[in-house]
Write a protein that binds this ligand. Structure first.
Ligand SMILES: NC(=O)c1ccc[n+]([C@@H]2O[C@H](COP(=O)([O-])OP(=O)(O)OC[C@H]3O[C@@H](n4cnc5c(N)ncnc54)[C@H](OP(=O)(O)O)[C@@H]3O)[C@@H](O)[C@H]2O)c1
Length: 222
């Protein structure tokens, strides 16, 4: 039975990833930060682990827990949009978005990627097309855009460091998805996005290491 690790599985895309992998019979290790979400993940048949991705001690705890694990597929999903206005960002807004979307990845990926490399497995990071600099046509959500561009940089470094050891590391745009973040008017359902994300990552060969892909596998400009 293959093992999936989902970081940020309380709701939205992360929860649906946990649900679909369980339906397919995978062993799922899933993180959330609230007790009732951990209970819910247990009900799904996942192995829950408490993690606030901005808490360094909790990240170290996850590292201890996963010490001997071999992970076939890992997803870093937890993310924060931050302020919906495009005015002057406060220090608190900046810290919350950058710590959740960037600093957490810089701390978590060096722990997770070797476990994925040990199975010659796959690592997906939930980025966003809004982080693309080459493909940018709008400027709303500037703080979120900057955080996802920085996350893409972290993913590229992870791919360079752990690709040669066997991990295939990919940044994904999941689509504009009907979740709390995407809103009810978003283009695609969470089931559809996750079905595509799983299929695209599963089909990825080592040559895809270090790429930025749409959920359906189309390449995106950095
Ligand atoms: N939905 C879209 O249209 C869309 C488009 C492009 C990219 N994305 C990206 O896809 C990912 C998932 O998005 P979504 O739509 O599923 O978002 P969502 O419904 O808002 O869910 C966000 C998830 O991130 C978790 N999270 C946030 N801060 C955290 C922290 N400090 N520690 C642990 N977990 C934390 C939340 O946990 P709690 O429940 O504990 O808050 C929740 O599980 C994000 O990285 C997002 O940027 C989404």
């Amino acid at each position: 039975m293959p093992t999936a690790l989902i970081i940020g599985a309380s709701r939205g895309i992360g929860h649906e990833l946990a649900r679909q992998y369980r339906l397919d019979g995978w062993r799922v290790i899933a993180t959330a930060r609230k007790p009732h979400d951990l209970d819910d993940l247990k009900q799904l048949g996942a192995e829950p682990h408490a993690l606030d991705v901005t808490n360094t001690e909790a990240i170290a705890g996850l590292g201890w827990k996963l010490d001997d694990e071999k992970i076939d597929t890992a997803w870093l999903v937890a993310g924060l949009y931050g302020p919906r206005h495009d005015g002057f960002p406060t220090q608190d807004d900046f810290d919350a978005v950058m710590h959740t979307n960037v600093l957490a990845a810089m701390r978590l990926l060096p722990i997770v990627a070797p476990l994925v490399a040990s199975t010659r497995g796959k690592l997906g990071v939930l980025s966003s097309r809004m982080g693309s600099i080459g493909g940018r046509t709008g400027a709303n959500g500037s703080l979120y855009r900057a955080s996802k561009a920085a996350l893409n940089s972290v993913l590229r470094d992870t791919a360079i460091n752990f690709g040669p050891q066997g991990a295939t590391c990919i940044a994904f745009h999941p689509g504009w998805v009907q979740t709390d973040m995407g809103g009810a008017g978003a283009q695609i359902t969470v089931e559809e996005s996750v079905r595509d994300l799983r299929a695209t990552l599963a089909a990825a060969t080592p040559e895809a290491n270090g790429s930025f892909l749409n959920h359906d596998g189309d390449p995106l400009p950095w």
